[in-house]
Write a protein that binds this ligand. Sequence first.
Ligand code: HEM
Length: 496
Amino acid sequence: MSPINYYNTFSYFVAAVGFAITISVFRKRRDHKLPPGPSGLPFIGNVHQLDTAKDRKGDIMYCRILGQDVIVLISEKVAQDLLNQWSSNYSDRIEMPALTDPYGLTYNTALLGHSDSWRFHRRIFHQTLRSNVAVAYRPMQLVKTAELVENIAKSPEAWWDHTRRFSAGVILSAMYDHELSGTTEDDGVLKTVATALQLLTRLFTPETAMLITMFPIVKSIPTWLPGGWLNVVHCKNVIGEMYHGPFNMLEARLDAGEANQCVASDALTRFRNTDKIDNLDDVVRGVCGTAYAAGEETTGATVIIFMLAMTLYPEVQARAQAEIDEVVGTDRLPDFEDRTSLPYLEAVYCETLRWRPVAPTGIQHATTDADVYNGYYIPKGALVISNIWAMSQNPDKYPSPSSFDPSRFLDADGSLVGNEPEYAFGFGRRICPGRHLANGSVWSAMARILSVFQIEKAKDAAGNVIYPDPEWTLGLTTFPKPFPCKITQRRVDVPK
Ligand code: HEM
């Protein structure tokens, strides 16, 4: 049993239901009568497979919250069957006009339904960030990881902030060719997008959903009063700036011929004179703004979870460092050319995604039509939650799932067995379009941090070892808040 603040499957089930409540509260109010199952087929709600925590018999569960049908997918197999194989029926999102329209979220890819507008967004993501195109950003990612290493070497106690700055730097560079300057406070673009992201994180909680729905007056609270952050005009401005500010700056630089390759410039060049995408500028604003909101925190969070694992599991750290030292040596930093020769590090990457998935309940899908699965009836308009947490902690697939053990991804010869936890990036047509970019960012950060630094448990003033027991953020993503650890350089000189 892991000594860290360990939350079990049940608490994630509760979180999933919390998000279902958020969605069901925000969703469009429509007369939502339970459709009768076709004759002879039991309605899935009749099945008593609700328990995910105590016994793991349930692969799928049903409940009805505030009039909304909710299906929770607990097994990876069922999620693959429904969300991957029948993705045309399982790729919608629930409409939430109480949130999207007033708060200026109509541009957000993740909230768009299974519509033409969403397809335009995905087309741009596919053209600019699919696996063989995302490699174009690797040189930039290596520059950013070298900066991360330099920053940690200068002020190791601020490693958590350096990590967030690294993930923000990668996304802003990839989306808008924006280079961070000075501190977060000095960089206008970073300040704008970080403020909007903070606001979005606060908005997407069950409590806020309840509050806004039960007391719509909160949307008009003056900004200077307690709760004023919910003021819609204020929120719309802050969130709108995230979509428009960096994009407008890039457009000006494109006009001046000063911008390098990035997702926005690529998309504008590729689609500007075609009729393949309507309202191109708005779609590109939406894609890049959503990428920041969906990609900065998740990428940084994954590196932070890796740091926690390295603090708690020194033997894993030592084995990964021995592998890096042997393959790469000590005169230079690892780069992507080394990747296939570092299977243990690859297994550390997989285990980091699995051990504490940063998006434990993914983003909820919705059905476009009624369906029948294994003889059970699934209604049209049902909310479908992937319980990624339960999949990652399945003891049949991962013995002792709470232990951080990369060797579960290796065979007896130390070769990768090819069972990467892809579910950490979601499913079907909605699968995370930034996963290839994220993969390169997280891997290069892990490889270079391990090559240069020793991460250990910190000690208090009396010399007692501090066992990290971090507080975890709550929301669509979850990861440790800053926790104490001791970071020292393994060698006097940091290689470039
Ligand atoms: C380790 C880092 C990341 C993790 C673990 C992660 C995970 C996820 C998950 C679980 C989903 C929900 C998929 C579903 O609905 O089934 C998602 C959606 C999404 N992610 Fe990521 N993500 C990461 C990084 C990124 C990055 C770097 C970007 C952008 C460059 C990004 C952009 C998006 C977008 C736009 C969506 C919504 C897709 C849609 O609704 O069609 N993510 N991500």
